[in-house]
Design a protein around this ligand. Structure first.
Ligand code: GDP
Ligand code: MG
Length: 367
């Protein structure tokens, strides 16, 4: 941050510097011409002179600046899919069903690992699912300016229809410009009514294809594992109509899906690589946390050495636990440490301000 000297302050207000010094002494602050005035003192001074003092927000450090990729460097990557919808409409069941059906188990008896994302396979092609249903994760990521979702699957229970969180999800996807595929779930239920769901969706701008619109609606039953392949094929179809590409040959950048402190292993984060390739041994910044990748595991718990675009990985070697939704970026170690420190300072200042205290080196403006 910055501050202002007594001299500058006096000039700004068009008064004698000696007068400012007298006032300061009156306030119990010993000052000379070149002394800096902190924000709190400036506010008190301002009150004395009858001027309003505005505290200027400290400038944010360049938050994990991105590298620009050339169009010819971009190649296709798997689409990243988020599942959204009203509570109890079957988001978790659907994610579980897809995982059980379309994630090939490892030799050693199935998938033991459960990290915050996985990759399903259909017709030899991969789809990355963020295994954190609900729009909270989605919103957190958007707030951090990271678009980690290419396609949203909107789950609507056929026996319940469009509900408040369904509408919320539609609005989130719309705001993010993310295409929506509707999974009309629970079609096994006797009181299910897919047509009613389609009718209700039209009221929110989603008109089913078979009703002359552009929204793909797939009837599914997560419980009976019906319609899942069709749903995944539709995901790939929608993916083809978009430019889902990334440059794999650059320092990795992506997003933290979830993170926790593991007793034995220390900070553990599930990260989704969006661009570039993340490699063991590389230094990075995740949110405001410095790290150096000590080991990486894929969603099946296998140790891997590198992870390209759209690949979710569990990462060990962070110095602390980052937040879900934080952006991470690989950079050289010296810079990574400096950037992490800088961002932490700004965060601390923000916290202080929120708690009503003002840090010393904040910049202020008068009048
Ligand atoms: P979420 O809150 O959206 O994650 O919903 P859940 O996956 O937890 O499912 C809510 C309830 O609906 C659970 O009792 C599920 O067993 C049930 N459920 C989910 N999918 C289906 C389905 O396809 N058919 C039926 N009959 N029940 C389902
Ligand atoms: Mg759930």
């Amino acid at each position: 941050g910055e501050s202002i000297s007594v001299q500058e302050y006096a000039k700004l207000l068009g008064i004698e510097a000696t007068d400012v010094i007298k006032k300061l002494i009156g306030l119990g602050v010993m000052a000379t011409l070149n002394n800096e005035i902190d924000a709190e003192t400036a506010q008190i001074l301002g009150a004395e002179y009858g001027v309003e003092t505005k505290i200027k927000e400290p400038e944010k450090p360049e938050e994990l600046e991105d590298i620009e990729d050339k169009p010819e460097e971009l190649i296709e990557r798997p689409p990243v899919v988020t599942v959204m919808g009203h509570v109890d409409h079957g988001k978790t069941s659907l994610l579980d069903a897809i995982r059980e059906e379309n994630v090939t188990a490892t030799e050693a008896g199935g998938i033991t690992q459960h990290i915050g994302a996985y990759q399903a396979q259909i017709n030899g092609r991969k789809i990355t699912f963020l295994d954190t249903p609900g729009h909270e994760a989605f919103t957190a990521m958007r707030a951090r300016g990271a678009q980690a979702t290419d396609i949203a699957i909107l789950v609507v229970a056929a026996d319940d229809g469009v509900m408040p969180q369904t509408v919320e999800a539609i609005n989130h996807a719309k705001a993010a410009g993310v295409p929506v595929i509707v999974a009309i779930n629970k079609i096994d239920k006797p009181d299910s009514n897919p047509d009613r769901v389609k009718q209700e969706l039209t009221e929110h701008g989603l008109v089913s294809e078979d009703w002359g619109g552009e929204t793909i609606c797939v009837p599914v039953s997560a419980i009976r594992k019906e319609g899942l392949d069709t749903l995944l094929e539709m995901v790939l179809l929608v993916a083809e109509m978009q430019e889902i590409k990334a440059n794999p040959d650059r320092p990795a950048r992506g997003i933290v899906i979830e993170a926790e402190l593991d007793k034995g292993r220390g900070p553990v984060a599930t990260m989704l690589v969006l661009k570039g390739t993340l490699k063991v041994g590389q230094p990075l910044v995740a949110g405001s946390i410095f790290g150096k990748v000590r080991a990486m595991m894929d969603y099946k718990g296998r140790r891997i050495k590198s992870a390209g675009p759209s690949v979710p990985v569990e990462v060990l070697g962070l110095s602390d636990v980052p937040n879900a939704g934080d952006v991470f970026q690989v950079m050289d170690e010296k810079k990574a440490r400096a950037v992490a420190g800088e961002i932490q300072t700004v965060k601390r200042e923000e916290e202080l301000r929120r708690s009503g205290k003002i840090s010393l080196d904040e910049l202020f403006n008068s009048m």
